[in-house]
Design a protein around this ligand. Structure first.
Ligand code: BES
Ligand code: ZN
Ligand code: ZN
Length: 511
């Protein structure tokens, strides 16, 4: 990778340090910790405790003693029980046994791992699972443990926490094969999320559109998908006026990165995924003020990162559909050559767009990707974009805005979001607001009115999908977390990578 020498970015800098972290961790279902040695070689053992019923073995205290220490088995609560030996014992609150869910297990594994930041080899004793499916429990526990230990430390002299090397899950009365299958899925899914987090956390000058294409090629080679990269000249030939217009002010070239996954046997369908890849959003000529939220605009490629993350999981998950991804990558910069308010851009396919605000750039790069996806004849399109501050205002940082033209497809995205506990809430695609996007000079304008900004942005995108069933995730709110929150570590969340992988996994055309 060639980088500008004045930035002093080492040639071997990796925008995806999590790959090494996942190569170095083993997560296993066991019937006895430490392979029969009673856990002697583990740094910490967690014991998940519900708020009623007998205490599991291995705690060495009774409920009264735990209560005196303030431990009430509330979800997310942990208590360290000092031991003479090397292995720390942590009780982990599980709440009421009959309220246990996959999501609660994921959170509990995360709470445990966060309580022992210096522990590399850990074990977690899980109580009987009741009605929870063993495989999905294994998946949730593996995701929770690995994602909670995620830290973006690529540019720090010393990592802040120990790297996880081994996680032993002691699951009572469980079919260990099912648990192991779930763990394998969980590791692949968590790695997809970690890759998306890495890319979004990487500083903007360490990850240009050109770098993103190089990373995609590297990941394609390793995880079994094909990558086609389109440079500025090729984008001119394709007529991608949105991506080119937004790129006009930048010293960096744009890149459209097309990812192609083919299953081994006859595909069950063809899914298109389109991701917003604004490597840095300054707002352009409609310059953003310097406030802390805008410091986060290196994450404006979180949609593209989620798509790329999802692709790293497809082969390992045995995805049965053909999946094609379009990552629309450039930064959005002000300069003498930048696109201006009043400019008219021509999208792939010929529609003209009046630019009324250069900070509403996401929809402009996405329109070209959406048109290309429809031209490819995909059975459905799911797009993902850090599109509007309005999505953040409306639903905060926990829940994404979900819209679409096909209710069955929207339902599939929502079902996937429930499985991976990345919440999404459907907004109506209110066609009455479409006239807010009318332009006096072009077919459409890139700016709606003051209200319902997430909806008008989606209405803009809807103009470019034709009859192809389409769903849209606006992840402006969920792209990052202000602090550690269960398995969501502070910083980029990697939201969407696991949702998209889940939608793609067994995708079939919408009937
Ligand atoms: N990248 C921003 C949206 C964003 C805001 C993402 C906050 C994450 C956190 C997007 O390009 C943008 O600037 N949108 C404008 C659109 C407006 C000008 C119509 C916005 O939401 O203010
Ligand atoms: Zn913007
Ligand atoms: Zn943006």
């Amino acid at each position: 990778m060639t980088r500008s020498p004045h930035k002093l970015i080492p040639d071997d800098f990796s925008p995806v340090p999590s790959l090494a972290a996942f190569d170095g961790v083993e997560v296993v279902a066991v019937d006895e910790f430490g392979g029969g040695t009673g856990g002697a070689e583990l740094d910490a053992i967690g014991v998940l405790v519900h708020d009623d019923g007998p205490l599991p073995e291995g705690v060495g205290l009774d409920r009264e003693a735990l209560g005196r220490a303030g431990f009430e088995s509330k979800p997310g609560q942990t208590l360290l029980i000092p031991q003479a030996g090397r292995t720390l014992i942590i009780v982990v609150g599980g709440g009421p046994a009959d309220e246990m869910t996959d999501a609660a297990l994921r959170d509990a594994a995360a709470a445990f791992v966060r309580a022992v930041p210096k522990a590399a080899a850990v074990g977690l004793r899980v109580p009987p699972l009741g009605s929870i499916d063993v495989e999905s429990a294994g998946r949730a526990l593996a995701e929770g443990a690995t994602l909670a230990r995620y830290r973006y430390d690529a540019l720090k002299g010393e990592p802040r926490e120990a790297r996880l090397t081994r996680v032993e899950l002691r699951i009572d009365d469980a079919d260990r094969d099912a648990a192991s299958a779930g763990i394998a899925t969980g590791l692949v899914a968590a790695r997809a999320t970690a890759v998306a987090r890495d890319l979004a956390n990487t500083p903007p000058s360490h990850l240009t559109a050109t770098d993103m294409a190089n990373v995609a090629e590297m990941l394609g080679g390793r995880f079994g998908f094909h990558v086609d990269v389109f440079d500025r000249q090729q984008l001119v030939e394709l007529g991608c006026g949105g991506l080119l217009g937004v790129n006009a002010g930048s010293a960096e070239e744009p890149r459209m990165i097309v990812l192609r996954y083919e299953p081994e046997s006859e595909p069950t369908g063809h899914l298109g995924l389109v991701g917003k890849g604004i490597m840095y959003d300054s707002g352009g000529i409609s310059l953003k003020p310097s406030d802390p939220m805008h410091l986060l605009m290196k994450m404006d490629m979180g949609g593209a990162a989620a798509v790329l993350g999802a692709f790293t999981a497809l082969r390992a998950l045995g995805a049965t559909a053909k999946v094609t991804g379009w990552l629309m990558c450039t930064d959005n910069m002000p300069s003498g050559s930048a696109y201006k308010l009043g400019d008219v851009l021509t999208a792939r396919g010929g529609k003209t767009v009046e630019v009324k605000n250069t900070d509403a750039e996401g929809r402009l790069v996405m329109m070209d990707g959406l048109v290309l996806a429809t031209e490819e004849g995909v059975d459905a399109i799911v797009d993902i974009a850090t599109l509007t501050g309005a999505a953040l205002r409306a639903l905060g940082s926990r829940t994404s805005v979900l819209l679409g033209t096909s209710q069955p497809l929207v339902d599939r995205v929502r079902d996937a979001s429930v499985i991976v506990d990345e919440p999404a809430w459907q907004f109506p695609l209110e066609r009455k607001y479409r006239k807010q996007l009318d332009s006096d000079v072009a077919d459409i304008a890139n700016l709606g009115g003051a209200d319902a900004g997430a909806t008008t942005a989606a209405l803009f995108l809807a103009e470019f999908v034709g009859d192809t069933p389409w769903a849209h995730l606006d992840i402006a709110g969920t792209m990052q977390s202000d602090g550690d929150d269960a398995w969501r570590s502070k910083g980029a969340t990697g939201y969407g990578a696991r949702i998209l992988a889940e939608v793609a996994r067994g995708f079939t055309p919408i009937d």
